[in-house]
Design a protein around this ligand. Structure first.
Ligand SMILES: *Cc1c(COP(=O)(O)O)cnc(C)c1O
Length: 217
């Protein structure tokens, strides 16, 4: 199937409350334009240089999501245009995003990444770190960053029960914060291999790459 057909077929299966982020990392602009022409307006990238080049070259009604791990020294390059940063996992990074957002005269929406997988390698906060970040006085004084929800990645496994357990855990953390916080509206979980399961577990935003654009090297 073509990129356009993939987009339309995935979109047709998504419930109305679920947003599709087309993960276009490593793919050429021609491929992104095919998705754009099929109506896709949200693209996810994991490298700032690549995202900035694509933003520059492509139509201005696109929303750019940074889905990769963000180094503090790269924040200044995305602050002028990024629409959502998914992988925020430290107070230091939150501070830098707020600082660069002030300079860019913007309010930048972010998701805090929660560690739900078994693997040690995946980034993210645990529940306690999340609580202490959100209740810290430093965070409460920031005016140019808005935490709109959470993001997480399940363990890379074929074991559906394991994945379901991890997504359900993330959803329960999300719900426990959302009740006190009306800005908490986005739960980013689910990729090509597990997005249907993620949606069953309460995802409101799926990040899909290979099922749209084909495999990456
Ligand atoms: C690459 C990537 C995706 C997309 O993965 P696919 O399996 O190709 O759908 C989603 N989320 C993050 C954080 C990624 O880095």
């Amino acid at each position: 199937m073509s990129i356009a057909e993939n987009i339309l077929s995935i979109q047709s299966t998504l419930p109305a409350q679920v947003t599709l982020v087309a993960v276009s990392k490593t793919k050429p602009i021609a491929a992104l334009m095919e998705a754009y022409d099929a109506g896709q307006r949200i693209f996810g990238e994991n490298k700032i240089q690549e995202m900035a080049e694509k933003c520059e070259a492509m139509p201005k009604d696109i929303q750019w999501h940074m889905i990769g791990h963000v180094q503090t020294n790269k924040v200044k390059f995305m602050a002028p245009f990024v629409n959502l940063i998914h992988g925020v996992d430290s107070l230091k990074l939150v501070q830098e995003i707020n600082k660069q957002a002030v300079k860019a005269d913007r309010v930048i929406d972010c998701l805090l990444q929660i560690h739900i997988a078994e693997e040690e390698t995946k980034f993210g906060l645990d529940e306690q770190e999340l609580t202490s970040l959100l209740s810290s006085s430093e965070f409460k004084e920031m005016r140019n960053i808005r935490i709109v929800g959470l993001m997480g990645m399940a363990t890379f496994t074929d074991n559906k029960n394991q994945i379901k357990k991890e997504f359900t855990h993330l959803k329960s953390i999300f719900d426990s914060f959302a009740v006190h916080n009306s800005q908490f509206t986005v739960l980013s979980m689910g990729m090509s291999g597990d997005y249907q399961l993620a949606i069953e577990c309460g995802s409101t935003m799926v990040r899909i790459g290979s099922s749209i654009f084909g495999g990456r090297n």
